[in-house]
Design a protein around this ligand. Structure first.
Ligand SMILES: [Zn+2]
Length: 301
């Protein structure tokens, strides 16, 4: 009897530590979400990333290799139907066996509407079109995302449920710390007006009560015309805009060159983290770099 009990204890131990085979194949669409997932899945499995951060999800179209990765995923975590428009058609047949999480629909995120007429999915006319999809740019939303994906992972991989929850709890306390640190970093630049290239920063700006006065691309992939540029210049002057921020994923050189004529500084803000190594640390690095880029440009004299 004693011998039998020892035997089953050993079997149980082997099952508990035996890795890989059963761990779920998870795919995140963009790097910041992939980073949060990587932390939640730490020591269990490594999630796949669909899009590298040098491309804009707004203008992306799927490649055959993406289709293969979608087809083999068991869990796909996307921002939402108004963001990854390129997923709308293939999702139905490519991801037939996958559980799909749409964060703007499924996670407990406090959604905000777009402050400009920049629509991420031009064909869409229902209420979703107005939701600003860049939800990850507020650490409190990251907390909600982590909480949700940890629960979903625990459902599809119950053997590791506790581990997902432990990882999530640890990450959530880091996110609260990050949030506090950004809150204090922005103290001195809170009222300084700035303009961004596209309407990606509503969540960041709302969370930290920053003074963003507009986005200069009304429509992505479309350079503003002369009339719009003239309006922007007037607005920049009138409001005393200190800084205009371009993004590495879009070519805005002509725009920023034209607007610099008004004597305003320009710098880079990157909502995805083009040169940040993917993985658990990427999200925090992304947010700290955004904080540093904003405060640097807004405090320079
Ligand atoms: Zn965007």
């Amino acid at each position: 009897m004693a011998k039998f009990r020892m035997h089953s204890a050993v079997v149980g131990l082997v099952l508990a530590v035996s890795p890989a085979a059963a761990s779920p194949k998870v795919l995140a669409t963009i790097a910041p979400i992939h980073s949060l997932l990587s932390s939640v899945m730490h020591d269990i499995a490594v999630p796949n990333l669909l899009l590298s951060s040098d491309v804009s999800p707004h203008s992306y179209s799927l490649k055959p290799s993406d289709a293969r990765r979608l087809a083999s995923a068991e869990l796909i975590v996307a921002v939402g139907p108004t963001f990854e428009a390129f997923l709308e058609k293939p999702m139905a047949h490519l991801a037939r066996n996958a559980r799909i999480v749409m964060l703007t629909r499924d996670a407990q995120i406090n959604l905000l509407v777009s402050s400009t007429d920049h629509h991420h999915n031009p064909g869409q006319t229902d209420d979703h079109a107005a939701i600003n999809p860049h939800v990850w740019l507020d650490p409190r939303n990251a907390v909600a995302i982590v909480d949700h994906v940890a629960a979903v992972l625990g459902e599809i991989d119950p053997n590791n449920r506790q581990r997902y929850r432990l990882n999530a709890t640890e990450l959530i306390s880091q996110l609260h710390e990050l949030d506090r640190s950004l809150e204090s970093a922005f103290t001195d630049v809170r009222n300084t007006p700035f303009m961004v290239s596209h309407d990606a920063y509503t969540y960041l700006v709302t969370r930290y009560r920053l003074n963003m006065v507009g986005a200069f691309h009304k429509k992505l992939e479309q350079a503003p015309g002369a009339k719009h540029l003239a309006k922007l210049r007037a607005r920049i002057k009138r409001l005393g805009v200190r800084c205009i921020f371009r993004e590495p994923q879009f070519s805005s050189r002509i725009v920023t060159a034209s607007l610099k004529w008004a004597g305003v500084r320009s710098a880079v803000l990157d909502p995805l983290g083009i040169d940040i190594a993917t993985g658990p640390g990427a999200y925090e690095t992304l947010m700290r770099r955004l904080g540093a880029a904003l405060t640097k440009c807004l405090t320079l004299r």
